[in-house]
Write a protein that binds this ligand. Structure first.
Ligand code: NAD
Length: 335
């Protein structure tokens, strides 16, 4: 049975991966060790039941910044692969406190690469997948073509700069040490278990609470939205079938203006647009992201399946029926 280390598995995208991939019939053919430091964004109850009811899934609380413990974990399990979801992921927090973004996203990735390289020396089948973001490419103008994998890296926030740095380190371990690596870059995710600080869950939370919905600038920024299960299926296809040393863009085929999303959330919840409050724009706010994912489509047969309309309704239903989860994560202290 192949053993895979999944980092950040108690966070938003990682915990959805645990539910949809690790606990699936196909996932049961692998052993998954989930590692998470359980920061404010990681919540063990997200995955507790799945971990307890599936013999092929286990959990370890550990920090990527702790190279020594990481190395011991790799020696103990002798993983065949790593999928690295763990990161500090919120742009606003990276503007307030950039250092932790470099520590986790860059140095944490370096620690994983070093531990992986040791295993690779004994196991040529070892592989490493880095989960990255469209934000590394920077910002597009309204009529620019969508990002392709060869688009220059032009990160504009400490978050995206840390992710771009990590991507370059991962690439360098392929070029220098021939470590079999893969990189996925995905657009904005939404769905269950997303901490209510990112646009969609924050707007749902505030709308339901009856408090103002803060919209940056005039709300005209454009993002491409993907339902989290579509992203995770893409990560899994790349992990299984991607060509080593390659980058794969993943996107949702759903470019949306922020303000339109906010209005749609309010409409679906039967709330008034009077709740919208325009606030001073985010520093260095990227105007537009758009993904060309034809490489993943052509090579892996992957494309997103969930339309924005359907995905948003699923997400709204989930938040409304998991309000105790929302209150519980809001109570978690930031580290
Ligand atoms: N959310 C998006 O829209 C999006 C889009 C594209 C790519 N990504 C990438 O996907 C990955 C997951 O994003 P997310 O939205 O699920 O993030 P998240 O913030 O919800 O979860 C991150 C997880 O990593 C864990 N973590 C943080 N620091 C750690 C450390 N030092 N050691 C171990 N674990 C640590 C947290 O506890 C949390 O469980 C990230 O790498 C992010 O850059 C996210």
């Amino acid at each position: 049975m192949k053993k895979i280390l999944l980092t950040g598995g108690a966070g938003f995208i990682g915990s959805n991966f645990v539910h949809k991939i690790c606990a699936s019939d196909e996932g049961r053919e692998y052993e998954f060790v989930i590692l998470d430091a359980l920061t404010y964004a990681g919540h063990y109850p997200n995955i507790q039941k799945v971990v307890e009811s599936n013999k092929n899934i286990s959990f370890v609380q550990m920090d990527l910044r702790d190279a020594k413990s990481l190395s011991q974990l790799f020696t103990k399990y002798r993983f065949d692969g790593v999928i690295n979801f763990a990161a500090e992921s919120h742009v606003d927090r990276s503007i307030d406190s950039p250092n932790i973004f470099i520590e986790t996203n860059v140095l944490g990735t370096l620690n994983l690469l070093n531990a992986g390289l040791e295993l690779f020396k004994a196991n040529p089948d070892f592989k490493y997948l880095q989960v990255s973001t469209d934000e590394v490419y920077g910002s597009l103008k309204v009529n620019d073509p969508a990002f392709v994998e060869m688009t220059n890296l032009s990160p504009n926030s400490p978050y995206s700069a840390s992710k771009a740095s990590a991507d370059l380190l991962v690439r360098s371990y392929y070029k220098t040490f021939k470590l079999p690596i893969l990189i996925t870059r995905c657009s904005n995710n939404y769905g269950p278990f997303q901490y209510p600080e990112k646009l969609i869950p924050l707007m749902i939370y505030n709308a339901i609470k009856g408090i103002p919905l803060p919209v940056y600038g005039n709300g005209s920024n454009i993002r491409d939205w993907i339902y989290v299960d579509d992203h995770n299926q893409g990560v899994w296809e790349v992990f299984k079938k991607g060509r080593f040393g390659e980058i794969y863009n993943l996107g949702g085929n759903a470019e949306m203006v922020n303000l339109d999303i906010v209005k749609l959330v309010l409409k679906k919840l039967g709330k008034s647009e009077d709740q919208i409050q325009f606030v001073t724009d985010r520093l260095g706010h990227d105007f537009r992201y758009a993904m060309n994912f034809s490489k993943a489509k052509k090579e892996l047969g992957w494309s997103p399946k969930v339309t924005f309309e359907v995905g948003l309704m699923k997400t709204l239903d989930w938040y409304q029926s998991h309000w105790e989860w929302v209150e519980a994560v809001k109570l978690k202290t930031t580290r």
